[in-house]
Structure formats: structure tokens, C-alpha cells
Ligand binder design. Structure first.
Ligand code: ADP
Ligand code: NI
Length: 230
């Protein structure tokens, strides 16, 4: 066997193994997310995995790592587990049972730990793969799907869709601001969604975010017109 054909055989064995791991990850994540109604349903995971793969290709990132991290990115969410620690253990135990290198496993764990560390104090993603997966998750919060997710979330929480009196939350105290009573679907656009396009990591992610951002602005203009009965 020549060196070249030997490395070809090794490569296709590795590709097969990676495809099997991705399939197993799909089954695992589908089970975890099956009954979710908190904005982390399985279709969200599937969309983020597709977006992550597309972005990986465009940005020259490792497609296997990106798709795997995307499939697993919300598995350890405290909302889906008994506790934060239980969620982290679930993910770690699953990854330890997979035929992947310790390096790949640690990379995926690092991406997920960093991207879900929220509260506006997120440290920047350390690798291109992390940047890609975080962009994919953010893109899915934007555009038509992002609008739909926002209203589903607000409905599930019992928030109203809009309250013109709440538009300037800057003047409120912290208590007033945090109160459920003062949260509306439309406010979420100003607090998070319309800010995301300036926080994208990759050029491809930014382009997608800009398109979806423009669509959300058109949506809001029409929404306000109709709100006033025009
Ligand atoms: P993820 O980690 O996948 O971004 P989140 O838990 O932050 O998920 O949010 C799930 C979905 O619900 C997202 O589409 C998000 O924009 C939306 N959402 C989160 N908080 C609110 C809120 N206060 N009002 C309306 N929608 C929200
Ligand atoms: Ni997500």
C-alpha cells in the first residue's frame, strides 16, 4: 500500500466514525429536547446545527466540531435538567462514552461552557469553531424564526406582546425592570435581538444577521402601524 492510499483509508475510517458520533449526538439531543417548551425545542437545535455547518464551511472551521457542539449546545441547560451541575454531568458523561479524542471532547465542552455563559459578561469565544457555533445560535434568534420564538416565549411566560408605556425601560429601577409584569415580547427586541448584529463573530454570521435584522425592523414598523389601527 502506498502512503497516499494508506492515508486515504485512514481518512475515510475517521470520516465514518465522525458521522456515527454525529448521528449518536442527534439521537441524544433529540431525546433531551423532545418535550421542551422553553424555547429550546428540537427544531431549534436542528436549525443551529445546519447553520453551524454552513458557517463552518464558509469560514474554514472544522465542520465536525461545529456540528457536534451545535447539536449539544443546549443539552446541559439548567431549564432542561434538575440543576446546572446535573446538566453538565449529563453532557460530560455522554461525551466520555464517545470514540473521539480528548482534544475534540475538551474543545466541544469549552465551546458550550463559554457560549452559554450569559448575562452580558461573556468572554470572547476562544476558537474559530466557538465563534461559528455562537453565531449560529444567535442567528436563530433573529429574522422570522426569531420573531416567532420571541412571541412563543412571551406567551409561555404570560407576558403581553406589547405595552407602549413600557418602551423606555431606561428610566426604571432595577426591581421594576426585572419584574415579569414589565416584560413584553416587543421589549425583548430592544433588550437583545436588535443588538445581536453588532456582536457577531464571523463575516458570514454578520451578513446573515444583517439580513434578518432588516426584516425585524420592517416587522416592527408594520406592527406599530397596525397597533395604532392604521
Ligand atoms: P438560547 O440559549 O438558545 O439563545 P434563550 O433561552 O436565551 O435561548 O431564549 C430562547 C428563545 O426565547 C430565544 O429566541 C429568545 O430570543 C427568546 N427569549 C428569551 N428571553 C425572552 C424574553 N424575555 N421575552 C421574549 N423572548 C425571549
Ligand atoms: Ni440555543
Amino acid at each position: 500500500m502506498t502512503d497516499e492510499s494508506r492515508s486515504g483509508v485512514l481518512e475515510s475510517a475517521r470520516d465514518r466514525q465522525q458521522a456515527e458520533v454525529l448521528q449518536a449526538a442527534e439521537g441524544f439531543a433529540r431525546g433531551v429536547h423532545a418535550a421542551d417548551r422553553s424555547g429550546h425545542d428540537w427544531p431549534h437545535i436542528e436549525r443551529v446545527a445546519e447553520l453551524a455547518e454552513r458557517l463552518a464551511e464558509a469560514e474554514g472551521a472544522d465542520r465536525f466540531i461545529c456540528r457536534l457542539a451545535a447539536l449539544l449546545h443546549d443539552v446541559s441547560d439548567p431549564k432542561l435538567n434538575a440543576s446546572k451541575e446535573a446538566g453538565e454531568r449529563l453532557l460530560q458523561d455522554w461525551l466520555h462514552g464517545q470514540p473521539i479524542s480528548a482534544e475534540a471532547r475538551d474543545h466541544v465542552l469549552d465551546i458550550i461552557a463559554t457560549m452559554s455563559y450569559n448575562g452580558g459578561h461573556n468572554p470572547p469565544m476562544r476558537t474559530l469553531e466557538g465563534q461559528v457555533v455562537q453565531d449560529a445560535d444567535r442567528v436563530d434568534a433573529l429574522g422570522a424564526v426569531g420573531i416567532a420564538r420571541t412571541f412563543v416565549y412571551a406567551g409561555a411566560k404570560g407576558h403581553s406582546m406589547h405595552d407602549p408605556a413600557l418602551c423606555s425601560r431606561e428610566a426604571m429601577s432595577v426591581e421594576e425592570y426585572r419584574s415579569e409584569r414589565n416584560q413584553t415580547a416587543v421589549n425583548h427586541f430592544y433588550e437583545k435581538l436588535l443588538r445581536l448584529k453588532d456582536r457577531m463573530n464571523t463575516a458570514t454570521g454578520r451578513q446573515l444577521a444583517e439580513e434578518r435584522h432588516a426584516f425585524m425592523e420592517r416587522f416592527l414598523e408594520q406592527f406599530y402601524r397596525e397597533w395604532e389601527g392604521r
